[in-house]
Design a protein around this ligand. Structure first.
Ligand SMILES: [Zn+2]
Length: 361
C-alpha cells in the first residue's frame, strides 16, 4: 500500500485518539461543566445507526455506527439525569419556533431503517417512554438499493486478496492482515467518495460480484422491511422521517435528481405508512454531501426539520435554519457514560466549531 494511503489510515486512528483524549480531558478537568452554560445551547439531537448486541468482528471498519442496547439504555438514563427532556422532533421544532427554552431538550434519531432498530432499539425507547425518530431510505427497504460501505466491508473482510480493475489493468491487493484490510478499506472508500454517484454504485456492485459478495443479501438481512416499519411506526413514540430513496450523496447529483430523491422517499413512505413526512435526514450529512442547495430544497419541499451530521448542539438561532440542524453522534467506539455528559455540555463542539453556533453554508 502506498504512503498516501498509510497516512490516511494513520490519520484516521490519530483522529480517534485525539477525540478520546479530548473527551477524557474535558471530563477529567470538569471544564465541560464550566463551559456548558455558554456553549450547551438549548438542546441536542443525537444520531445513532445500528443498535444491537456487540459482535466480535476482527475487521470492523463500520464499528463507529453501532452501539449496544445496554449503552442506549445507559445514555437515555444519563440524559434524563442531566435534566434534559427527551422529546419528539415535532416538539423540538415547536420549542424552537416558540423560543420555548425553559428546559433543555434531547432528540434521538436513528438513520437508514435497520432491522435492529425494531428489534433492539424500540424496546429500550419504549421502556423509557422516550420518543425517537427513524429516518428511512426507501430504496433500501424496497431492496432496490444497497449499502456500498457494508458491501465493501464484506468484500475486504471475507477475502484474502482483492482484484481491482484499474484503467492501467487489474491490480491484485493482498488483504490477509488486519492492517492491509484497513488500508484497503480506507483507500477504496476515498476512491468511491471521489466518483460520481452512478459510477460509485456500479463500481461497488461489480467488485462485490467479482468477490462473491451478495450486496442485496446484506441489505435484506440488515434493513427492516415494510411490515416491521409499519409496526414500529404505529407506536406514538416513533416518528418516521425520510432519508432519500437510494441513499446518495445529494450534492453529487443534479438539482432535479436530488430533489426527486428527497421528494420521492417522502411520497413512498407516506403511501406505505399512511402518515405525513415532516422530517428529513441528508445521507452522510457532512458538508461534501449536503449544504446550502440541499437545505433550501428540503425547506421548499415542506419539511419542518432536516438534520445533517455536522457536529453540534442546538441554539435558539437554529429556529431560522430548521433544515440545517447539527447532530451529536453517539459513536460506537466511545461507549462510555461519561462521554454523554461531555457531549451534552456542548463543549467539544464549541472547541471544534471555534465557538460558532451556526454553520449553514
Ligand atoms: Zn444514512
Amino acid at each position: 500500500m502506498n504512503a498516501a494511503v498509510h497516512a490516511e489510515v494513520i490519520g484516521a486512528s490519530v483522529k480517534n485518539v485525539v477525540y478520546r483524549v479530548g473527551l477524557n480531558a474535558l471530563y477529567a478537568t470538569g471544564l465541560h461543566r464550566v463551559m456548558q452554560p455558554f456553549v450547551g445551547g438549548v438542546g441536542a439531537c443525537f444520531m445513532l445507526h445500528h443498535v444491537r448486541p456487540a459482535q466480535s468482528r476482527e475487521f470492523d471498519p463500520n464499528g463507529h455506527l453501532e452501539i449496544t442496547p445496554e449503552f442506549l439504555d445507559a445514555t437515555l438514563t444519563r440524559v434524563k439525569a442531566l435534566g434534559l427532556d427527551i422529546v419528539s422532533l415535532d416538539e423540538a421544532a415547536r420549542r424552537l419556533r416558540d423560543q420555548d427554552f425553559a428546559r433543555r431538550f434531547a432528540v434521538f434519531t436513528l438513520d437508514d431503517g435497520y432491522r435492529d432498530n425494531v428489534e433492539h432499539a424500540w424496546p429500550v425507547f419504549a421502556r423509557h417512554q422516550a420518543p425517537f425518530t427513524v429516518y428511512v431510505a426507501t430504496g433500501l427497504v424496497d431492496r432496490a438499493s444497497f449499502m456500498w460501505w457494508r458491501t465493501l466491508e464484506d468484500i475486504i473482510g471475507r477475502n484474502s486478496q482483492i482484484r481491482l480493475p484499474l484503467e492501467s489493468g487489474e491490480v491484485i491487493v493482498d488483504v490477509r492482515s488486519l492492517d492491509a484490510k484497513a488500508a484497503a478499506y480506507g483507500r477504496l472508500t476515498a476512491e468511491i467518495h471521489a466518483m460520481g454517484e452512478d459510477e460509485a454504485i456500479a463500481f461497488t456492485a461489480d467488485l462485490a460480484r467479482a468477490h462473491g459478495v451478495d450486496a442485496m443479501e446484506i441489505t435484506d438481512r440488515e434493513l427492516a422491511n415494510w411490515i416491521e416499519l409499519d409496526q414500529m411506526a404505529g407506536d406514538p413514540l416513533c416518528t418516521i422521517g425520510a432519508h432519500t430513496v437510494s441513499h446518495p450523496m445529494l450534492a453529487r447529483l443534479s438539482a432535479d435528481r436530488a430533489r426527486w430523491e428527497i421528494e420521492e422517499s417522502a411520497t413512498r413512505l407516506e403511501a406505505r405508512l399512511g402518515r405525513k413526512m415532516a422530517h428529513f435526514a441528508y445521507p452522510y450529512g457532512y458538508r461534501m454531501a449536503a449544504s446550502g442547495r440541499e437545505f433550501d430544497m428540503a425547506r421548499e419541499l415542506g419539511f419542518v426539520t432536516a438534520v445533517t451530521t455536522r457536529p453540534g448542539v442546538i441554539f435558539p438561532v437554529h429556529a431560522g435554519h430548521m433544515t440545517a440542524l447539527p447532530r451529536v453522534s453517539i459513536n460506537g467506539r466511545f461507549q462510555l457514560e461519561r462521554f454523554v455528559d461531555v457531549l451534552v455540555s456542548g463543549a467539544p463542539f464549541a472547541l471544534f466549531n471555534r465557538f460558532r453556533q451556526l454553520d449553514v453554508a
